[in-house]
Design a protein around this ligand. Structure first.
Ligand code: PMP
Length: 357
């Protein structure tokens, strides 16, 4: 293990580092014929679902291999989680000591970082994105704030950012990562990167062991209901996260659904879906500024658009009255709402309702 990996492990909670991981029966029992090791029931209640009486593999090897290929990394650099939300939670619990450590976020950004910090008892340092520069990352300010506060263990950079929709500058993210080597882990949350046309930061992990990338099948692959995320990190970091994750986190039917989504047909369907959503985003982005209700529209690298309206409460109410639900983002940016790019019909509903506001 090289010294830069050691310097990342030095950021892990000492009690987690010292913990002996629970060794699940299924991990220890490869190649058996009669499985009497895990107190399972020999029968399954469902005639349609094979093997539901058995615990799944702790990290389903077929799925892990497919996800690693999809993301261009080695299986040892990947951990399958229940959505990328679980990755956020695992990172907090692994790196932040309650009442002592902190995370750094760049508001306006995804709300779960603060919630996960609150659950873990970590405090939150905020370095806002620069609204005047289309919500660009202020890399120097992030570096300065993190270096000034030794409690900061995790820096969450959401790229593309939710709710503003913009991809952060790759060179800036890497600059922050390098400047904080040995001081903090930089988490690049790439939940929406599939809609950006830009490459993932995952290829940079080899050279930067303090970089972690979060991906998900919830958006581009349409599997939000299945809850499949991937945390991508240095193998030594993955090994520590494996101590913290639940013993059998990914249910067998979810593994089957995800494997189908990652088959050749599934991959083709996902790229067609992403292409349609991008073309619908372009159509909405052209039509929305022509409506009187829309005051400003920010460019988006995602499957949603952030817009400023004359009156966000009134706009949301008009949507609700028509059965169309958007997301009020006033607490992030004054008078804004966030609209997901849906099917062509759903997007027509957005345009029709907004035209009447
Ligand atoms: N990161 C960001 C930026 C998100 O917007 C979301 C979904 N709202 C997630 C992570 C979590 O997604 P999931 O748990 O479905 O993978």
């Amino acid at each position: 293990m090289n010294s830069s990996v050691d310097s990342v492990l030095a950021l892990v909670r000492p009690d987690i580092l010292a913990l002996t991981a629970y060794s699940s029966a299924r991990k220890e029992s490869k190649g058996g014929r009669v499985w009497l090791d895990a107190n399972e029931n020999p029968e399954t209640p469902s005639a349609h679902q094979q093997l539901l009486n058995r615990y799944p593999e702790p990290q389903p090897s077929d799925l892990l291999a497919k996800l690693a290929t999809l993301y261009g990394v080695s299986p040892t650099q990947a951990l399958v989680t229940r959505g990328s939300d679980e990755g956020i939670d695992l990172l907090l619990r692994t790196f932040c000591r309650a009442g002592q450590d902190a995370i750094l976020i760049t508001p306006p950004t995804y709300g779960m970082y603060v919630v996960a910090a609150g659950i873990q008892g970590a405090s939150v340092v905020k370095v806002p994105l620069v609204q005047a520069k289309n919500f660009a990352l202020d890399a120097e300010a992030v570096i300065a704030a993190a270096l000034a506060n030794a409690a900061v263990k995790l820096v969450f950079l959401c790229t593309p950012n939710n709710p503003t929709g913009n991809l952060l500058n790759r060179a800036d993210v890497l600059k922050v990562t390098r400047a904080l080597a040995g001081r903090a882990v930089v988490v690049a949350d790439e939940a929406y990167v599939d809609f950006s046309g830009q490459p993932s930061l995952a290829s940079e992990i080899g050279a930067n062991p303090n970089l972690v990338v979060l991906r998900t099948l919830s958006k581009a692959f349409g599997l939000a209901g299945a809850r499949v995320g991937t945390t991508i990190a240095d193998p030594a970091v993955i090994a520590v996260l494996q101590k913290v994750i639940a013993p059998y986190p990914i249910p067998a039917p979810v593994v089957q659904a995800a494997l189908a989504a990652l088959s050749a047909d599934g991959l083709a369907a996902a790229s067609a879906s992403v292409a349609l959503l991008i073309s619908e985003r372009v159509r909405l982005a052209a039509a929305l500024p022509k409506l009187a209700a829309v005051k400003e529209l920010w460019p988006s690298d995602t499957n949603y658009l952030l817009l400023e309206v004359a009156d966000a409460a009134k706009t949301m109410a008009a949507g609700r009255a028509a059965g169309v639900i958007w997301r009020d983002r006033q607490k992030d940016v004054p008078n804004t709402i966030r609209i997901t790019v849906g099917s062509p019909d759903e997007n027509n509903a957005t345009l029709e309702v907004l035209a009447r506001v």
